[in-house]
Design a protein around this ligand. Structure first.
Ligand SMILES: *Cc1c(COP(=O)(O)O)cnc(C)c1O
Length: 450
């Protein structure tokens, strides 16, 4: 039988009863008993509001370059941002599916529509490449402090970047973001792809001159190999998805942008109007960066939940046992196989798990069939095509009412739920080729209508 951290699993189960459904790949919902009031959690956090505003300023400095190289960002002056939109038809369809009404309003944060790489990785991944470019250009003297960053498109800067390499391990979307932006700046880029990575993502990158190295193993192997290659290469930057503060900060900028969008749409967030946010989680950097920043801005008035596939609940396992990155889902007999390729991660980031330890409200798991069905409902009801990973957060509000009553009671939220705003974070999809999207849709239709 399985042994975790030197203790037989049967003994773990006594103190951690959720291990049973977790090991059986059953959908489950974990409420984080370690969550603290924000002011009590804040002093221990490794990053501050000022780190987030530093990242936001860096993105603003790059905006002229981005607008120049990626005209699709011109409308937004070179900022890479996505809409927040109400999804009332999808809400009605879910109410029918779940056989209950959902108090409050339901919104979709459309990171599937982020320009340049069509997923949440266009936040963290691109930010880290830009930061490396800035550091490299400034230290060479080819870019001066205060100069317009459109200068980075100059041939001599490109030639400089071409002497430098960027390496990353990925299940697909991070590689896409790093590869597209890295190549646009002139860097040499190597992407180490796990077995889950979709063929079209590899093909697209190769077309852009990016080196793609494929593995039969999962994400952890791809990252380990990438790290190894980077160590052996001169002038090389490794984008460390498991530990990178830069990635994390790149994601975090989403929070202040969301706050502006909430204000613009007259959506109130305060003690009487709680905000619930549901974020799909792979290794943890994306949802962690966003949730961390939302807590900084909204404190106890925002409640953040992560969503993971039933076969890849690495963050739930790590945070629940307190072992963080010292345990993988394979060690409890799960196969880490899921149609949610962006979330197919067996071992979570220890850095993110520890940062979220006292901030996160909980984590629920979703099976693949549910993701496919939700994909069809989202397309039919709202006309939005998402990739399976991006739907993991969608059942969140209903799961909260069905399985998270203890949470609503503990924080005395029951009578405030009519005023609640639920934001489902859609993390990717707009770059999925049509044939691939149609195949997802047909699978979901088969499941929905038998
Ligand atoms: C990467 C990814 C996530 C999760 O981000 P992590 O940083 O790996 O937790 C969610 N959805 C999609 C579509 C992704 O590509």
């Amino acid at each position: 039988m399985y042994v975790i951290d030197g203790t037989p699993i049967e003994q773990w189960k006594q103190s951690h009863p959720l291990l049973d459904p977790l090991m059986a790949a059953q959908p489950c919902c974990w409420i984080n008993e370690q969550k603290r009031p924000f002011l009590a959690a804040q002093p221990d956090l490794p990053l501050k509001l000022s780190d987030m505003s530093d990242a936001a300023s860096r993105l603003a400095r790059f905006a002229p370059f981005i607008a120049l190289r990626f005209p699709e960002t011109l409308d937004n002056s070179g900022l890479i941002e996505s809409p927040l939109r109400p999804i009332s038809h999808f809400k009605a369809a879910l109410e029918k599916q779940y056989g209950r009404g959902l108090p409050g309003q339901l919104y979709l944060k459309c990171d599937n529509a982020l320009p340049i790489s069509g997923s949440i990785k266009a936040r963290g991944g691109i930010y880290e490449v830009l930061k490396y470019a800035e550091t490299t250009a400034l230290s060479s003297g080819l870019l001066k402090q205060g100069e317009c960053y459109s200068q980075l498109a100059a041939p001599e800067v490109r030639a400089l970047f071409n002497q430098h390499q960027i390496v990353v391990g990925s299940t697909g979307n991070l590689g896409l973001s790093i590869g597209i932006m890295g190549a646009a700046l002139g860097f040499k880029v190597s992407v180490h792809m796990s077995a889950d990575a979709r063929q079209w993502k590899k093909t697209l990158l190769r077309c852009k001159g990016v080196e793609v190295i494929e593995y039969e193993e999962d994400y952890s192997k791809a990252v380990a190999e990438g790290r190894k290659q980077a160590l052996e290469t001169e002038n090389c930057h490794f984008v460390d998805d498991e530990n990178s503060m830069d990635l994390f900060l790149g994601y975090s900028v989403a929070a202040e942008r969301l706050k502006i969008q909430l204000d613009e749409q007259n959506i109130q967030v305060d003690a009487e109007h709680p905000l619930f946010v549901y974020l799909p989680c792979g290794v943890g950097g994306g949802p962690g960066g966003v949730a961390f920043a939302l807590k900084q801005l909204f404190g106890d008035n925002v409640h953040c939940f992560f969503a993971e596939p039933t076969h890849s609940p690495c963050m739930l396992l790590g945070m629940y046992t307190g072992l963080h990155d010292q345990i993988s889902v394979q060690e409890i007999g799960l196969d880490n196989k899921t149609c949610a390729d962006g979330l197919a991660v067996g071992r979570a980031s220890g850095f993110v798990g520890k940062v979220m330890a006292h901030l996160l409200s909980g984590i629920f798991t979703v099976n693949d069939d549910t993701l496919y069905k939700l994909l069809v409902l989202m397309k039919d009801e709202e006309g939005i095509a998402l990739e399976p990973s991006a739907l993991a957060g969608a059942p969140g509000p209903f799961r909260l009412f069905d399985e998270g009553q203890s949470y609503l009671n503990k924080y005395q939220l029951g009578d405030k739920m009519d005023n609640a705003t639920h934001v489902v974070w859609a993390t990717g999809g707009s770059m999925v080729p049509k044939e691939e999207q149609d195949a997802y849709y047909r699978l979901g239709q088969g499941l929905l209508h038998g």
